[in-house]
Design a protein around this ligand. Structure first.
Ligand SMILES: [Zn+2]
Length: 297
């Protein structure tokens, strides 16, 4: 366990030390169990955390770039891993300490650890696959502990995204990178519960409120609202799912042309759109917003 020396108590913030089988907080003396190779560092239910928020209206400004270059990562992929986010990781120098924020079944672990040669730490609130059980609102890590954080469809499950993103920003090193995906036009998830599905503006506001700089913002490839309605279980019938999948393909195919009937009269029929216009329109109908952010050095 390479991460024993960056642990801190999720309740009182003091260092956590000792052997991995007998970890104890140096402040409140709480002990943290190791079960089947997994550390339980979840915060006490009775505890609380605070975050200072600006009351000013959002000044969310989208970064000018669209998706960063893809293709730097050439290794295998798994069902819930994203090649572009692995490429972002692959383009960084050196051996990095990587936090998988809400890792679920930890599908990024072999790719980050074995394919890219970084140190990996997956956290989640429950499940058998995380290295550490932790609450994203009160992370059990010292400040500036990680070089890089990745996430896949976690933000919507958090009850207080402002607090959780501020915590993530705290544990990133200056110059560290936070890259991932957040549900936007996906249906509510009854099995794991979802609380907030932020729009692109909401994502930018959350990240910048936490002191992070947004370096990229784009619609996840192949995952429009039609894809999410077709794929995610719900009361939508088979024939409707079939239509939704084809609508999604059609939208992407014609989306580079101005096809709205009102444009015929204006002479804009079949006018090719500018890349920025296409990007904004795709972000308006995306199932998940992908982002790239960094902590100023
Ligand atoms: Zn403590």
């Amino acid at each position: 366990m390479w991460f024993l020396d960056i642990l801190r108590c999720p309740d009182c913030g003091h260092d956590v030390g000792g052997a991995q089988e007998a970890l104890r907080c140096s402040g409140c003396q709480r002990s943290f169990p190791l079960r089947h190779g997994q550390l339980d560092l979840r915060a006490s239910p009775s505890g609380s955390a605070t975050v200072t928020l600006r009351a000013a209206p959002s000044t969310a400004v989208w970064p000018p770039e669209s998706a960063p270059p893809d293709g730097a990562y050439r290794g295998p992929l798994r069902e819930r891993t994203n090649a572009r986010h692995l490429s972002i990781l692959a383009t960084r120098e050196g051996r990095l300490d990587v936090l998988d924020w809400g890792c679920g079944s930890a599908q990024y672990r072999p790719l980050v650890q074995d394919e890219l040669g970084h140190r990996y730490l997956g956290i989640d609130i429950a499940g058998d696959d995380a290295d550490v059980l932790a609450d994203a609102h009160r992370l059990p890590f010292q400040s500036a502990a990680f070089d890089h954080a990745i996430t896949n469809a976690v933000l919507a499950h958090l009850t207080n995204p402002f607090l959780a993103v501020a915590e993530l920003a705290r544990v990133l090193k200056p110059g560290g990178v936070f890259s991932g995906s957040a549900a936007f036009l996906e249906p509510y998830c009854p099995s794991w519960r979802t609380y907030f599905h932020p729009s692109p503006d909401g994502i930018v506001h959350l990240l910048t409120t936490a002191g992070l700089r947004v370096d990229g913002l784009w619609a996840q490839e192949g995952w429009t609202v039609f894809d999410s309605l077709a794929a995610i279980p719900g009361p939508i019938s088979g024939p409707t799912r079939w239509v939704l999948r084809r609508l999604s393909v059609l939208e992407r195919a014609v989306g580079r042309r101005r096809l709205h009937p009102r444009n015929i009269a204006r002479g804009g029929w079949l006018r090719a759109k500018q890349p920025e216009e296409i990007r904004r329109e795709l972000l308006a109908i995306t199932g998940q917003v992908d982002f790239l952010a960094s902590k100023p050095g």
